[in-house]
Design a protein around this ligand. Sequence first.
Ligand code: NDP
Length: 280
Amino acid sequence: MAKLLEGKAVAEEIKKKIKNQVQDLKQAPVLASILVGDNSAAAAYVKSQAKAAENLSIVYKLFQLDKDITEQVLIDLILKLNVDKAVDGIIIQMPLPAAIDYKKISQFIAPEKDIEGMHPENIGKILFGKAKLIPCTVASIMELINSGGIDLYGKEVVVVGHSEIVGKPLALLLLDKFATVTVCHIGTSKAGKLEEHVRGAEILIVAVGKAGLVKGEWIKEGAVVIDVGINRVADKIVGDVEFEAAEKRASYITPVPGGVGPLTVTMLMRNLVEAAKARQ
Ligand code: NDP
């Protein structure tokens, strides 16, 4: 039976380090959070981020904008926060109203304040192995792997999902650790080759958003399974991998919920402190 890789325990250890780093700063770091409209999921993220910030002595400043604002209003606020010396990091809460293009807007955030690590400059730095601000989900995955003492060198790592926020930056970071990386996506599934790739994975990371996409019987004996997926099925949250069958074959596995999820807010705060350290 697999050992569980649980985000909460790993997060607690990292929070201790963040607390020490905050104490060493001249001023408490300031996170500017922009919430547009009244989406309930975005409001829930704000609540959990504000709580995490408070516990770490981080100042959380919320900027609430009406759901009907134009993109220009949002851009103007970002430009103002970019030059505000009191602000160390900026986050735009998702989802945004349909009329606002996140990809376009997020590029206005100054790269040194981009604590989500999604500015093209920060993504580009991943390619050169020089990234300080790494997308939070990807940083969480790397920390979970690290927490299990799992060596990536020379391992067959299969990433399922090639999104800009998870799969693609993750593949680059794994390459830097000398893993042999295969990235699967919709094309792999449509070609009927997903099972074949998953069966060969010594380390499998799935970030798709489809419950039960990866069958438990496909998991290689002793493999490490990181399930990033979040799916609501009959009032329960499940991942993309069939957990019960997979945990019988894997050596390590993340539960869903409880695996990657609990770490991401901590990674956001770690990025904020990195940004504050670099600026101060
Ligand atoms: P996206 O929808 O942006 O990306 C999903 C990826 O999966 C795409 O690359 C897509 O390919 C690929 N895909 C779709 N269907 C298949 C298939 N049948 N076989 C193989 N690949 C497929 O999602 P995200 O990357 O943002 O998130 C993925 C999952 O992770 C979601 O469930 C999300 O909720 C969860 N998540 C969890 C986080 C956490 O903290 N635990 C944080 C972020 C995300 P294509 O685009 O070509 O169709």
